[in-house]
Design a protein around this ligand. Structure first.
Ligand SMILES: O=c1[nH]cnc2c1ncn2[C@H]1C[C@H](O)[C@@H](CO)O1
Length: 380
């Protein structure tokens, strides 16, 4: 992977909030599972398969989403594979120095029964979306025990499948004490929620039942999608959100609300969401405005990347400093969907690791400007 030859930009514990489980699968695992299941793939070389799955130059979100067709049919419907993918994901994140991660996926896209339509042209089997969640939970928990980091999950509704969304929120409720912390809406942003009330209803139920909410918005879609995410879906965090900057009033409102933006630098270049010249990236504006954001990989398999690559990009092209890396990770921890007590423990671990004095936290409600004050009392 590209990350192997990149110097580590921030060699301290990190928090990652936006990464897709199905966008992190190891090519070696896909090959192993295909072999075990007697499935033919165009190659039996992990390197060639990685090349097939990756985007090398800026494309479109649609071209990017097509990449999943190369491998999802191999993993979907296979209990052992799903557990393994979740376990290996935790191993990868531990190696990247991640202390806490929230990983997201669509349970329906990994199932082969009780899902309409059955995805990836699979034959009907006996793995339901509900059991997929249980398998991922078990894989993540096994990974946590072995690699000593914390991993929680977010269940994705898919923009083009509004008929799945009510079940997604019900799964969030069912598994809220087994590792699932929130609901998300992913996929093609051109499909808005007005035309697809299934998402709105699911997010209303999430609000009613206290399920946390994040929404992919303003990645390739306009600022109005961000507005809809905040006002209609009551999103507490925004996945990507770059195009929020096109609506000044909205941006200022979200800054004031301390809205968290889950920023994915390499992803934003390769999906065509942002100008490929990183020195023009919206993240620079977020940094200047001391906005609340995190740095994330999104889909490392497809972007041929690691978390270190994303950090290095911001250091090299956007003048990110160690101090900013600390600030953004503290904001990520504060914006995580952990219960307050666990959030405080995570923050304390970060403060220790960053050599910072622990502030008296008032129930985790301080905003990024408070953190700025805390930071300004510490030299790098
Ligand atoms: O960056 C993204 N934008 C929109 N949808 C995405 C992105 N990355 C992954 N997805 C989709 C494809 C996956 O199959 C799905 C669930 O993880 O979410």
């Amino acid at each position: 992977m590209a990350g192997n030859c990149v110097e580590v930009a921030f060699n301290k514990p990190k928090v990652e909030l936006h990464v897709h489980l199905d966008g992190t699968i190891r090519p070696e695992t896909i090959l192993d599972v295909a072999k075990k299941r007697g499935m033919a793939l165009p190659t039996d070389s992990a390197e060639d398969l990685a090349r097939l799955c990756m985007l090398c130059k800026p494309a479109t979100l649609t071209e990017f989403l097509c990449k999943f067709h190369h491998f999802m049919h191999v993993i979907a419907g296979d209990r052992e594979a799903i557990k393994r993918v979740a376990y290996e994901f935790v191993e990868t994140k531990a190696k990247e120095g991640v202390l806490y991660v929230e990983v997201r996926y669509s349970p329906h896209l990994l199932a082969n029964t009780e899902v309409d339509p059955i995805p990836w042209s699979q034959k009907e089997g006996d793995l339901t979306p509900d059991e997929v969640v249980d398998l991922v939970n078990r894989g993540l928990r096994a990974g946590e025990n072995t690699f000593r980091i914390k991993a929680r999950s977010i269940l994705c509704c898919m923009r083009h499948m509004p008929n799945w969304s009510m079940e997604v929120v019900e799964l969030c409720k069912k598994y809220r004490h087994s590792g699932v912390v929130a609901i998300d809406l992913a996929g093609d942003e051109s499909l808005n929620c007005e035309a697809h009330p299934g998402h709105r209803k699911a997010f209303e139920e999430a609000v009613r039942s206290g399920v946390h909410r994040t929404v992919h918005a303003g990645e390739v879609g306009p600022a109005s999608v961000v507005k809809e995410a905040v006002e209609v879906l009551k999103a507490e965090r925004i996945g990507h959100g770059y195009r929020t900057l096109e609506d000044r009033t909205l941006y200022e409102q979200l800054l004031k609300k301390n809205m968290h933006f889950e920023v994915c630098p390499m992803s934003s270049k390769l999906t065509g969401a942002c100008d490929p010249d990183f020195t023009k990236h919206p993240l620079i504006r977020f940094k200047e405005d001391k906005a609340n954001y995190s740095l994330n990989t999104d889909d490392p398999l497809i972007f041929n990347t690691t978390l270190d690559v994303d950090y290095s990009i911001t250091q090299k092209y956007m003048n990110f400093t160690e101090k900013e890396f600390k600030r953004l990770n503290i904001n990520a921890a504060k914006s995580s969907f952990l219960p307050e007590k666990e959030k405080k423990d995570l923050l304390n671990r970060l403060f220790d690791a960053y050599g910072m004095k622990k502030p008296a936290l008032k129930g985790g409600t301080e905003n990024s400007r408070d953190i700025q004050l805390i930071m300004s009392t510490h030299s790098e």
